[in-house]
Design a binder for this molecule. Structure first.
Ligand code: IDP
Ligand code: MG
Length: 145
């Protein structure tokens, strides 16, 4: 990785893949000037999702969240750039898709549907430490640097 750069894990969630929004999400990431390092489209298994969302065990939305995230293909993306962790969270918007600001990915494309888990189009790592942990989970075979 180039000095001063950081990486984040982005997931285009199953709701967005079903709605053909992968390109739209990647367009916004690239237009912002972040670099794509790796992408992989697949349906994640239960074990990977349990590890990814371990901080949410016990929350009322935990089981519905795992069911939703395993309901179809997810596009996992590594993006790189200065302050990309914060930068992508800003592009994504706040967690609740109904009230996420217009102009953000979640604000423009997400809204509440039936079901407990919030279907909010994308995931983005919330710290550089979380990004390193999540990238190792979703891209176990990524060559270093
Ligand atoms: P984040 O994705 O904005 O970081 P987290 O609090 O880490 O939000 O929650 C992980 C995911 O769990 C959210 O993106 C959303 O899909 C789901 N989620 C979070 N809070 C709720 C809730 O209160 N009800 C239903 N689903 C939720
Ligand atoms: Mg989170």
């Amino acid at each position: 990785m180039t000095a001063g750069q950081e990486r984040t894990l982005i997931l285009v969630k199953p709701d967005a893949v079903r709605r053909n929004l992968c390109g739209e999400v990647l367009r916004r990431v690239e237009r912002k000037g972040y670099r794509l390092i790796a992408v992989n489209l697949f349906t994640p298994g239960r074990e990977l999702l349990e590890r990814h969302y371990s901080e949410h065990v016990g929350q009322f939305f935990y089981e519905p969240l795992l069911e939703f995230m395993g309901s179809g293909p997810v596009l996992a993306v590594i993006a790189e750039g200065e302050r990309v962790v914060e930068g992508f969270r800003s592009l994504a918007g706040t967690t609740d898709p109904t009230t996420a600001a217009p102009g953000t990915i979640r604000g423009d494309y997400g809204r509440d549907w039936e079901g407990v888990a919030k279907q909010n189009i994308v995931h983005g790592s919330d710290s550089p430490e979380a990004a390193a942990r999540e990238i190792a989970l979703w891209f176990p075979n990524l060559p270093s640097a």
